[in-house]
Write a protein that binds this ligand. Structure first.
Ligand SMILES: Nc1nc2c(ncn2[C@@H]2O[C@H](COP(=O)(O)OP(=O)(O)O)[C@@H](O)[C@H]2O)c(=O)[nH]1
Ligand SMILES: [Mg+2]
Length: 463
């Protein structure tokens, strides 16, 4: 998909202005490109920060000096990509960085595709596919917990766990093959009892990884939480309180919020896309009708609905309709600072026929109950115990393949149990090889080009 023979270049820092901006060059001509744009005859010493001037080629329109920079050369294979790399740290101006980029291209480098530096690191065996995906996750992390999970994967914790499982399977397969290859020896290279002990151990190891995968997936992918309720109950006030900014308009008139307003926030380490909606009631006009339609639509696809009720006004049909919907929800009973129009949920049933599954009394005006609401929300998003260790597996691609490997090992164990003492080597081999194939697909030892293309397309240019 990418041509690995080219020397590539890209701006590695994000668009915009900053103290420093970095242009990165990688490939066999990295040094030659650097010496052309830096105008220095002498070669850069590896891993030494060298002060220099970038100069554009004299024939081009923007000829002449561009910026004072610090260039660092990394000699292959001890670099991010495993190739010769030069990083040019200039002043963080988009104009300057663009000029340096163009100068490098004029000097023989090609503009890198998204993720191409990391792809080269993968191709050159610097990192496996799990680690390459972790790089993208780390760059894209919104919460510290997401960053931590990605960092652990980049450090190779998952890679190591998979390698240990794979090594055990490899060893078993070798012994089973020996038993098949030398049937006349009159004995098995491995006893059925031993095989089952080993397979049990492998199944447990896979189970440990997959066991936390549900939480892991939530950490990586985040959740969508929708604030719903009839008009004027305090939805936008709640939304702002959770976002920590006056993002949505709060007003005493009903029907202020007419479109969806959304914001990404960190809740208990989970990246949450929080959505404020229009109050659900019989709409007064076409715009409000569309707002209500969007509100209902958003609530129907949400992972969790925060259903807001107003305790200072009697429950009405709008509330009842919302309460009747079966969404996964947390009921927020607001305006507890005002005289109550119905009983507290703690002391009794507020109205006949209404079931309150999970409700909390708050006053968004005084702040009463808000801390507990946040805590309950975090627990609902992440499961019972949000502060446990960082999950090892977070990526649904890895989870699916690990489950596949676990299933194959399970089938092997069943075959072994069904045959009693008579060892079904061929069946076992087929299952164990399938398990290994799934693990190799996780780490990228065995991967289609389509999948690679798909994975690296998520990266930004320069990574
Ligand atoms: N007394 C009292 N008023 C509140 C409380 N929360 C919100 N309000 C007020 O209720 C009105 C409607 O709030 P808003 O957030 O716009 O409701 P929305 O229509 O559901 O989005 C505003 O005047 C808020 O200041 C509360 O806890 N107590
Ligand atoms: Mg509103």
């Amino acid at each position: 998909m990418f041509s690995p023979a080219d020397t590539i270049v890209a701006i590695a820092t994000p668009p915009g202005r900053g103290g420093i901006g970095v242009v990165r060059v990688s490939g066999r001509d990295a040094q030659a490109v650097a010496s052309r744009i830096l105008g220095t005859a002498q070669r850069l010493a590896p891993r030494v920060a060298t002060f220099a001037r970038v100069v554009a080629a004299s024939d081009g329109a923007g000829a002449g000096p561009i910026d004072q920079v610090v260039a660092t050369f990394f000699l292959a294979p001890a670099s991010y990509t495993g190739e010769d790399v030069v990083e040019v740290a200039a002043h963080g101006s988009p104009v300057v960085l663009e000029s340096i980029l163009r100068a490098a291209m004029a000097a023989g480098a090609r503009l890198a595709e998204p993720g191409e530096f990391t792809f080269r690191a993968f191709l050159n065996g610097r990192i496996d596919l799990v680690q390459a995906e972790a790089v993208a996750d780390l760059v894209n992390a919104v919460t510290p917990l997401q960053a931590r999970a990605a960092f652990d994967q980049l450090e190779g914790t998952l890679t190591g766990a998979i390698a240990r499982i794979d090594a055990a399977l490899f060893d078993l397969i070798a012994r089973l093959e020996a038993s098949i290859d030398f049937p006349d020896e009159g004995y098995h290279f491995v006893a059925p009892g031993d095989i089952d002990v080993e397979l049990h151990r492998v199944a447990v190891d896979i189970g440990v990884l997959v066991g936390d995968a549900g939480r892991g997936r939530i950490v990586r992918e985040g959740r969508q939480v929708v604030v719903a309720g009839k008009p004027n109950v305090g939805k936008s006030t709640l939304f702002n309180a959770l976002v920590g900014a006056e993002r949505a308009i709060v007003a005493p008139q009903a029907g202020t919020t007419r479109d969806l307003v959304s914001e990404t926030v960190d809740m208990a380490g989970v990246r949450v896309c929080l959505v404020d909606t229009a109050g659900v009631r019989d709409p007064n006009d076409a715009i409000e009708r569309e707002g209500v339609r969007r509100a209902v639509g958003a609530a129907s696809i949400a992972d969790l609905v925060l259903l807001v009720l107003d305790r200072s006004r009697p429950l009405d049909d709008d509330d009842r309709r919302l309460l009747a919907s079966g969404a996964d929800r947390l009921i927020v009973v607001n305006k507890c600072d005002l005289p109550a129009a119905w009983n507290s949920l703690a002391t009794g049933r507020p109205a006949a026929g209404l079931a309150f599954d999970d409700a909390i009394d708050v006053s968004l005006r005084t702040g009463f109950g808000v801390a507990e609401l946040k805590q309950r929300l975090g627990a609902r998003l992440l499961g019972a115990d949000p502060l446990r260790d960082v999950p090892a597996v977070t990526n649904v691609r890895h989870i699916d393949l690990l489950v596949k490997a676990g299933d194959a090992v399970g089938r092997a164990r069943t075959a072994l149990a069904d045959r009693g003492g008579d060892m079904p080597e061929e069946f076992l081999l087929a299952d164990l090889q399938e398990a290994r194939a799934a693990l190799e697909e996780v780490t990228g030892k065995r991967t289609s080009e389509d999948l690679l293309r798909h994975i690296f397309a998520r990266f930004c240019v320069g990574k």
